[in-house]
Ligand binder design. Structure first.
Ligand code: GLN
Length: 192
């Protein structure tokens, strides 16, 4: 199994380290051609507007949906969750998303940089209720389609969702060293 991490901007190195820690082959993806032999892709946190511009420049808006259609699972974390959503609220004018997942997300919903915080989360399908969520100018999910399963909430706001082979999380799962969510993606979503 090879899982790619979109390596245009943001916290891609940390995701690669997390995948390596659970013995999954991790590939930094800088060009669309590199998607072709991947079973899964992680779009990291960072700045969605910056990642979006680079995705446009390199042709990822065609390549990612195409590969997803061919069976590649996709996990968007923080900015990545914004990028895979059907609808983005509070985006900058004309901010483009991939429209893969039947959700509406609100950018910076928990406030600005100073409002970044950590909280323990109870994530469905994961053992324990103490998954440390690191929220950095995080979005939340404001609407979910019928096929979307809510995996976690924080203070009533939806922060983790799954729709088939798509996963979206508001927080940064690559920054705490806790491999549970990466393992869930690799074993239950990518490999299934
Ligand atoms: N607020 C950022 C954005 O709009 C997301 C922040 C993050 O990924 N930590 O892209």
């Amino acid at each position: 199994m090879r899982i790619g991490v979109l390596a245009l901007q943001g916290a891609f190195r940390e995701h690669i380290m997390m995948l390596e820690a659970i013995e999954v082959r991790a590939v930094p993806v800088r060009l669309p051609e590199q998607l072709s032999d991947l079973s899964g892709l992680i779009i990291p946190g960072g700045e969605s507007t910056a990642i979006a511009k680079l995705m446009e420049t390199y042709g990822f808006y065609d390549a990612i949906p195409q590969q997803h259609g061919a069976g590649m699972a996709v996990w968007g974390t923080c900015a990545g969750a914004i990028l895979i959503a059907d609808e983005v609220l509070d985006g900058i004018g004309g901010q483009r998303s991939l429209g893969l997942m039947d959700i509406t997300v609100r950018r910076n919903a928990f406030g600005r940089q100073k409002d970044s915080f950590e909280a323990n989360l109870d994530i469905k399908h994961l053992p324990g209720d103490d998954y440390r969520g690191v929220f950095i100018r995080a979005p939340w999910v404001e609407r979910v389609g019928d096929d979307v399963e809510v995996l976690a909430k924080h203070d009533g706001a939806i922060v983790a969702v799954r729709q088939g082979d798509l996963l979206a999380t508001s927080f940064h799962p690559e920054l705490t060293g806790d491999p549970r969510l990466h393992r869930y993606f690799a074993q239950e979503i990518v490999a299934s």
